[in-house]
Write a protein that binds this ligand. Structure first.
Ligand SMILES: [Zn+2]
Length: 373
């Protein structure tokens, strides 16, 4: 049995696509207990060095599920119908059941643009944590969103970020996040995004910003100095043409080389702006158009029905375009099941910050009671 072998593909600048490749040998019951070999790849994200594991054989098996499962439509219909009877995000209940902004923000009670409404989250996990409904309709399926809804939702988010930032410029790290359907940890069926603005970046945002700056400052050789990781990444993926999906003047999409979730796509916004509040209406419209098209492609191409997404923004009022670009990750989640909500959402998976449902002190108290001391 040999140790794993390293495979490195060189990209632009300092980019390296690194894999450790190992072979596992088993006598498989699926093939009359003959010796069967399986290839396992341990891949490393070129910037963050976070590892992931890929077994090509396992990946092949998933191929059977490229369309939403046969029970998906039936389960969806049941869940949508049951949840529509009393939905806090539908217009008839929204006004009486969702929080309003405090006066100090100098906003309306709730921000409303077109069909979308922005209001504070009821149970926050950030000092500034708001919800944006994606339309007045109780449910829209992943491939059916309109670009106008997403454009207005992002414009509403920007308005909120600006209001908080104006009140306190130390609150400058925004992110826009999406849990879609209960398998993604969304407890409310009515589609919505969650937007947060903190005085510190999330763990993963911080890592992205710090490592992107390190990459820019690398002084190993003249040709690797002063380069932008994100522009190098998209050029590398385009040239290698294995994970590259599509691009236009605004954005590039690839499948992530070393993913942190399933069916993971990376979207890189090419325009030299790292502060989302500086985006023009047209640029917000372009982002909305891209998202809607990619959700549709994931649904039809990979049978993806539930997703988490996070958009990793730079700080407000700072120009980091020398070394950073806004980027986002979309990952798929398991298929829909009745009476089940997953407990792991965008914060745990895409920001690497677990949210605890109970405090450790409370857990200790409850467990202690049942143990002899
Ligand atoms: Zn609703």
């Amino acid at each position: 049995m040999e140790a794993s072998k390293k495979e490195i593909v060189k990209g632009k600048g300092k980019i390296l696509f690194e894999k450790d490749i190992a072979i596992a040998t088993i006598r498989s019951p699926l093939e009359g207990f003959k010796l069967v070999q399986q290839k396992i790849e341990r891949r490393y994200d070129p910037l963050l060095k976070i590892p992931s594991r890929i077994n090509a054989l396992r990946a092949e098996r998933v191929k059977q599920a490229t369309l939403p499962g046969e029970n998906f439509e039936a389960n969806l219909q049941k869940i949508v119908e049951a949840s529509s009877k009393k939905c806090f995000f539908c217009s008839n209940f929204l006004k009486q059941s969702t929080p309003k902004f405090p006066e100090e923000l100098a906003l309306e009670e709730r921000i409303s643009i077109g069909e979308i409404i922005v209001f504070p989250n009821l149970f926050v996990f950030s000092q500034n944590h708001a919800v944006v409904t994606l339309g007045s309709k109780h449910f829209t399926n992943l491939p059916d969103f309109s670009p106008a809804i997403w454009r207005d939702a992002i414009l509403g988010s920007i308005k909120y970020f600006k209001a908080v930032y104006k009140l306190n410029p130390e609150l400058k790290f925004p992110s826009i996040n999406f849990n879609f359907l209960p398998p993604s940890a969304s407890s409310i069926i009515h589609p919505h995004i969650q937007i947060i603005l903190d005085d510190k970046p999330t763990y993963l945002t911080d890592l992205l910003l710090t490592k992107s700056l390190d990459y820019y400052n690398a002084t190993t050789t003249p040709e690797t100095k002063g380069r932008n990781y994100w522009l190098d990444l998209l050029e590398s993926e385009k040239e290698l043409d294995q994970r590259f999906i599509t691009e236009n003047d605004f954005m590039t999409w690839t499948a992530t080389f070393s993913p942190i979730g399933k069916d993971e796509l990376t979207g890189i916004i090419k325009i030299p702006k790292t502060d989302i509040t500086k985006f023009s209406d047209e640029e917000v419209g372009a982002l909305a158009e891209e998202l809607v098209q990619v959700f549709r492609a994931l649904y039809h191409g990979r049978g993806v029905t539930a997703v988490n997404m996070a958009l990793y923004c730079g700080p407000i009022n700072e120009s980091l375009e020398k070394f950073y670009r806004l980027n986002l990750r979309i990952i798929s989640r398991p298929t829909l099941m009745p009476n089940y909500t997953n407990d792991t959402g965008f914060m745990e998976l895409l920001h690497r910050e677990p949210i605890a449902a109970a405090s450790p002190e409370m857990i200790a108290r409850d467990v202690r009671k049942h143990l002899k001391s």
